[in-house]
Design a protein around this ligand. Sequence first.
Ligand code: COA
Length: 184
Amino acid sequence: MTIDISPATADDAAGLAACAAVTFPLACPADSRPEDIQHHIDTHLSAERFAALADLPDHTILCIREEGRIAGWSMVVLDQPEDADVLSALSISPVVELSKFYVHPDHHGRGSASALMGATLELAAASGLPGVWLGVNQENARAIRFYEKHGFRKTGTKRFRLGDRFEDDFILQQALPGGAGDAA
Ligand SMILES: CC(C)(COP(=O)(O)OP(=O)(O)OC[C@H]1O[C@@H](n2cnc3c(N)ncnc32)[C@H](O)[C@@H]1OP(=O)(O)O)[C@@H](O)C(=O)NCCC(=O)NCCS
């Protein structure tokens, strides 16, 4: 099966928001408050927010496209991390951030996420930077397994704010081919 993956434009904003509204809750711990999840979706994953992200120079969103809808998306960011926990966890510098990675549940376990990860890692490597990192909730066992299958390794922890609570993330990183940088 061919999986159609290509970069997002501002025209994809509504489709990305629709996909994000379904997939973001799947990444939250089971005891997350529904109102906190909805607030995060409304403020950080709205069509307006995606339209703005599509115009940011150091951000690239890749979409899985299926019959006119978006069935998954990833976002890589070239800005360097400033969070002290992230900096202390990373042994490679400078790095690409794999900031978002979400696939519609209709596609879970079918290879679509692996295809999106392949395209996302190619995009990250094309930056010429020597490494890529991400944060994932420590309770998200499926995503952690998926990332480890795709070459990421745990290197530390950080906290993620959802509503008035803090959630604990693992930091994962992997080296990218061809990049030249400082590896501790
Ligand atoms: C994370 C995600 C992209 C992975 O895509 P996927 O199609 O589910 O991935 P795969 O099926 O290829 O791999 C998942 C692996 O986790 C395993 N798994 C499934 N449920 C699991 C669980 N509860 N605990 C541990 N492992 C689990 C699967 O068996 C599989 O491993 P295997 O290939 O060795 O059998 C997708 O599940 C998703 O979009 N989830 C919701 C959003 C999310 O959590 N995004 C990450 C935010 S950081």
